[in-house]
Ligand binder design. Structure first.
Ligand SMILES: C[S@@+](CC[C@H](N)C(=O)[O-])C[C@H]1O[C@@H](n2cnc3c(N)ncnc32)[C@H](O)[C@@H]1O
Length: 437
């Protein structure tokens, strides 16, 4: 139930660029209380007559001990003055011989929410569309501030930092997305200028420089979904691997992974993350264009397969092995054919499908694919068709055009809406065997 006493921080509108003065947000709020015998506090505060009359301001104690007085307590009521109290409450207090006392609650900067502080600090004409949404990646929050809020960026950053104790850095995106490497240019607006973050996803730990590589925490479910389709021992080729959110969890479930990205910062962190997650022997990292990588991966698997890779064991499996003096597990079977290609570059990945025909045609030992089966391609893409049926037609048409052949039994997974008129999907299909002809 809302309090009868409505409080908001003092209005202290800042000029552009002016520093936040936290002391300007102190407020003394008048409240009435009842002086009651200390021994009866619990009975009174729980009684039906008084319970619903207690002060309902969030985060404010309703029972006070004043001046070290052991004998009495003051319980705060949900009224500013005695005049505001209902007459029957005044009479109830008098009948019980409880003194009605006037009290003042001191609310400071820390009491108010970020929204309340910004509402009191920003110019009135900017209050309607006040920025409230930011995304958190590790210790860093990032905003995409509209131009009119830029003169107040440090205020917005500082309040965000103050009110979210796990944050150390607040940045604002200064430009559109980098067209090739898909990361954002950003400027620190509060806190440390440290854009190297650490996040947990799919049970793995990822470290990367958010100012230099692509990362999107909203893709966590999609990363987990695809990895759940892989089986232990599968050979995976991740064409646009970023810092490893598909590659590393796949390797942790005993897949063997060829992981590639054109951005050298991405592959630097991808290699580091492989080490940190103890899968460096089963993740092979390259830094090349996606088309070249598709060709490289097909031949690399044939010429230089992963060999003598032991399956990762849980700590209980290792303990059991040591206890029973069991021999180490057999190495994972050698795989010379790729089971899954992952292609998460939704803006253009469909166009890269043209690389499969030359890659498979020029591969030596193609017959391995006749024996082991053709790989499944998982290709992420955007579409402006917002009806699922139309989206599927649009995606399939573009995929078949690029691949240069028709696709049998495609499956379409809706990932998320990325803009009001743009959806992200993942198209999955088994590469037609005729691609090798
Ligand atoms: C949308 S991100 C996906 C990264 C990662 N797979 C994930 O899910 O977070 C696309 C990645 O493709 C990389 N990239 C862009 N163009 C590329 C190209 N021509 N060849 C290889 N990688 C490319 C970018 O650097 C970026 O890391």
């Amino acid at each position: 139930m809302a309090s009868n006493i409505s409080v908001s921080p003092p209005v202290h509108r800042l000029q552009p660029g002016e520093q936040l003065d936290r002391s300007a947000f102190s407020l003394k709020v008048p409240v009435v209380g009842l002086r009651i015998p200390a021994a009866r506090t619990t009975d009174i505060t729980r009684s039906s007559e008084f319970k619903r009359q207690l002060l309902k301001l969030p985060k404010v104690k309703t029972v006070l001990q004043e001046n070290g007085d052991e004998e009495f307590r003051v319980i705060l009521l949900d009224y500013s003055t005695q005049d505001a109290m209902p007459q029957d409450l005044v009479e109830l207090a008098q009948t019980n011989n409880y003194d009605i006392v006037q009290h003042g609650i001191d609310l400071e900067y820390d009491y108010w929410t970020a929204n309340e502080i910004l509402r009191s600090s920003l110019p009135e004409d900017l209050l309607e569309d006040m920025p409230t949404a930011f995304t958190i990646t590790g210790h860093l929050a990032h905003y995409n501030l509209r131009d009119e809020y830029l003169p107040y960026k440090h205020l917005i950053g500082q309040v965000t930092l103050d009110k979210n104790k796990a944050l150390r850095t607040v940045v604002n995106k200064t430009d559109n997305i980098d067209t090739t490497f898909r990361f954002f240019k950003m400027e620190t607006i509060a806190g440390e200028s440290d854009t190297v973050v650490e996040v947990n996803e799919s049970g793995c730990r990822f470290k990367f420089d958010f100012a230099k590589v692509y990362w999107n925490s909203r893709l966590g479910t999609e990363h987990e979904r695809l990895v759940s389709l892989f089986s232990s021992g599968d050979l995976i080729a991740d064409v646009f691997a970023g810092v490893g959110p598909f590659a590393i969890p796949a390797a942790r479930k005993n897949c063997l992974v060829l992981a590639n990205d054109l951005n050298p910062s991405s592959t630097e962190y991808l290699s580091r993350n492989s080490i940190d997650n103890k899968v460096e022997d089963r993740v092979r990292v390259t830094t090349m264009d996606g088309r070249a990588f598709i060709k490289h991966a097909v031949q690399e698997a044939i010429d230089h397969p992963f060999e003598n890779i032991l399956p990762l064991q849980s700590s209980s499996q290792r303990a059991k092995q040591a206890r029973l003096k069991l021999p180490p597990p057999d190495p994972l079977p050698v795989q010379r054919t790729i089971k899954h290609f992952v292609m998460n570059l939704p803006a253009t990945a469909l166009e890269f499908l043209d690389a499969f025909r030359p890659a498979f045609r020029s591969a030596t030992n193609q017959e391995l694919y006749n024996t082991n089966g053709m790989p499944t391609i998982h290709c992420h893409c955007f579409t402006r068709e917002l009806e699922k049926e139309n989206a599927e037609v649009d995606i399939l048409k573009r995929a078949e055009e690029a691949l240069g052949m028709s696709i049998a039994n495609p499956s379409f997974h809706y990932v998320r809406r990325v803009a009001p008129n743009k959806d992200m999907y993942c198209l999955s299909f088994v590469l037609p065997r005729t691609i090798m002809q």
